[in-house]
Design a protein around this ligand. Structure first.
Ligand code: FA5
Length: 342
């Protein structure tokens, strides 16, 4: 072994030992400290012991330098262990204070990142707040009244199929009502709010929803929606379009064009798909429409007196457009390198 290789090996050893003892200090854990001591200073097979074997392999004329360096490294490792012991056992013991090398660089705290979806949610709440919509939350485990029935989705409707939902009790799901499920849409919150409040209503709700969809670049089995609901006198589709356009422009920047395509949702009439124009293509972001009179009746409102609009958009789709992310899986595959960019 060349002298250079031997010294490089020793330098690496000091570097990795510094990191590991630092970890032990960060965790303030005696067990980790002891494991680290054994790993580096263990008499039988510690890494220092391993490195010592290299000493026998350097050329004879290099031995004095190699030996000196080896002893320095040994002392350094013992100091690191002593310093870590002192910190973990609550400060240096009397007479041993010099074991802490105050010239060592400080321990850099590791900073986490707010997940891009959480950032998006915060921003969307803020935008809708400025438009006068109050943020509310609803439960992720729902009953079929709020997820379906009150939303005008009767028992025989295909959206209630056990294969399209995460029911908590699969056997009961095939027999109909009285079951619980992981909510498949945030529209449930519309019902919860209207049941407990009188118009005018102006709320927004952001949260997780679950569907056993096949996972691909644009679908995940857990995703987030932003739900908006406004109920008042004389509310029209024009109000819906105005609010969605302001919302899209505020989030995506510039004067974003939006387009309504005729569609169907049991809880809105008429219903539309909402597309937004982005870099010369139209992209679907969600559904919307005027709250169906049957829904207003189900929560005890008089559809002759009040009208309302509702919309539900995919938060991931919005976040992905804004940041140019082309695969939803990046957001959830705990790819810390990817997430650290946000
Ligand atoms: C709904 O969920 C309706 N509740 C929306 C609505 C609300 C209509 C209020 C009318 C009034 P839809 O199933 O189309 O609609 O889903 C809305 C959006 O959620 C989709 O456009 C898409 O952006 C997003 N989305 C749906 N499935 C997934 C998935 N598996 N992964 C990621 N995003 C999804």
């Amino acid at each position: 072994m060349s002298l250079n290789d031997f010294i490089k090996q020793l330098d690496d050893l000091v570097e990795s030992a510094s990191k590991r003892f630092e970890d032990a200090i960060n965790q303030t854990d005696h067990q980790v400290l002891e494991e680290t001591r054994v790993e580096f200073l263990g008499a039988k097979s510690g890494k220092l012991k391993e490195a010592q074997k290299g000493l026998g392999k350097v050329a004879k004329e290099d031995k004095p330098i190699a030996g000196k360096r080896f002893n320095e490294v040994k002392t350094r490792l013992e100091e690191l262990f002593q310093a870590a012991t002192d910190v973990i056992t609550g400060g240096s013991k009397k007479g041993n204070a010099e074991a802490i090398d105050v010239t060592l660089p400080g321990l850099r705290p590791r900073l986490g990142h707010i997940h891009p979806i959480t950032q998006t949610i915060d921003e969307l709440k803020d935008i809708m707040g400025r438009l006068g919509f109050t943020a509310v939350e609803g439960p992720e485990i729902e009953d079929d009244w709020h997820n379906f029935e009150a939303l005008n989705i009767p028992l025989e409707h295909p959206a209630r199929d056990p294969l399209d939902n995460f029911y908590l009790n699969l056997a009961a799901a095939s027999h109909g009502g009285g079951n619980q499920l992981l909510r498949s849409q945030t529209s449930t919150v519309q019902i919860r709010v209207m049941e407990n409040n009188e118009p005018p209503i102006r709320i927004v709700s952001l949260g997780r929803v679950y569907r056993p969809d096949e996972i691909d670049a644009t679908h995940y089995a857990m995703f987030h929606q932003i739900e908006g609901l406004l109920v008042d006198t004389n509310v029209t589709m024009a109000d819906l379009k105005y609010v969605l356009r302001l919302f899209a422009s505020s989030y995506l920047g510039g004067d974003v064009e939006i387009r309504f395509r005729p569609s169907f949702f049991p809880f809105t009439e008429p219903s539309v798909e909402v597309d937004m124009r982005w870099q010369d293509t139209w992209l679907e972001f969600g559904g919307a429409g005027m709250v169906d009179p049957n829904v207003l009746k189900a929560v005890g409102y008089d559809p002759e007196k009040v009208t309302g609009f509702a919309f539900g958009l995919g938060v991931e789709r919005l976040c992905m457009r804004r940041h140019g992310i082309n695969d939803i899986r990046y957001l959830y595959d705990s790819n810390t390198k990817f997430l650290a960019q946000f």
